[in-house]
Design a binder for this molecule. Structure first.
Ligand code: MN
Length: 285
């Protein structure tokens, strides 16, 4: 299944270049009372909802995808976990540029560990990235995003696949500077997720996917997920040894070489093989 969200707070199933609005099948999610769950209840319920979503998609007519304003396919991730330097060529690129490494502060992922981005930074492709400061350099990072489907902790890499709901494309937008990553990368609109969630049954192996990013039609990043230092299963093992993972938690797997600045007026096109392509515009805050 390819599941998307679009304005105004609708949920859709993709059917080629069309979308069936299956929002009414979400009634089965039930009502919640305060305090609300701290994970994404749609992602949690997805396995049980599958048949009713497909039935609803058969029942309602489709609208053209291009007419929709796409939102983040995960509405309420409890946390967004990110891998800092997880492609060898990106590590070399960062070590070679003081604007990126800030006087040797960069280490490989086994030493640097992981970091968190605030869920409040999350937007979908139709919502523009708003540059906080045009005085500071702000960079694009295209990344494969993994969405966790089931609660887990202390997962071994050999069973990690059981806990994956699916995959999306992410942009980890980054203000350069010496401050903590969680500050510079959690600015409002600095995490983009989209264009939809491809459920794991459609993508059993995310370990060899081409990914790329263009700015205004010019290729900036091009790599393959086989070059990840820690692959998807390794990252789930690593993250779940620190945090309990919950449905809807997102893991950004790290960006490959080719990072560079974005400016107001730019249009970013990010693609990952077998997931799709999303276009995101950039403006001043
Ligand atoms: Mn990143």
């Amino acid at each position: 299944m390819r599941l998307c969200r679009f304005e105004p707070d609708r949920v859709g199933l993709l059917d080629g270049s069309n979308v069936h609005d299956v929002t009414s099948a979400l009634g089965a999610l039930g009502a919640f009372r305060y305090p609300l769950p701290s994970h994404d209840v749609l992602i949690e319920a997805l396995p049980g909802l599958r048949e009713s979503l497909l039935d609803e998609a058969r029942r309602v007519s489709a609208v053209a995808l291009e007419d929709l304003d796409l939102l983040s396919p995960v509405a309420n991730p409890g946390k967004i976990i990110a891998a800092p330097v997880n492609y060898q060529k990106h590590l070399l690129e960062v070590r070679g540029d003081v604007a990126l490494h800030h006087h040797g502060m960069i280490h490989d992922i086994q030493r640097a560990g992981l970091f968190l981005k605030a869920p409040s930074s999350l937007i979908g492709p139709s919502q523009r990235i708003k540059i906080r400061s045009t005085e500071r350099r702000t960079d694009h990072e295209v990344e494969l995003a993994v969405v966790i489907g089931k609660p887990c902790r202390q997962v071994s890499r050999t069973t990690a696949a059981n806990y994956i709901a699916g995959y999306s494309i992410a942009l980890d937008i980054t203000e350069r500077g010496t401050e903590e990553r969680s500050l510079r990368k959690s600015i409002d609109t600095y995490t983009v997720l989209g264009p939809w969630l491809v459920t794991a049954d459609e993508l059993p192996d995310a370990g060899a996917l081409d990914l790329s990013l263009e700015i205004n039609g010019e290729l900036r990043q091009k790599a393959n997920t086989r070059d990840l230092i820690l692959g998807v299963a390794d990252l789930i093992e690593f993250a779940s040894s620190y945090y309990g993972l919950l449905p809807g938690d997102v893991i950004l797997t790290g960006t490959p070489q080719g990072v560079g600045p974005i400016r107001p007026g730019d249009a970013i096109t990010a693609s990952i093989e077998r997931i799709g392509t999303m276009r995101v515009e950039v403006e001043a805050a």
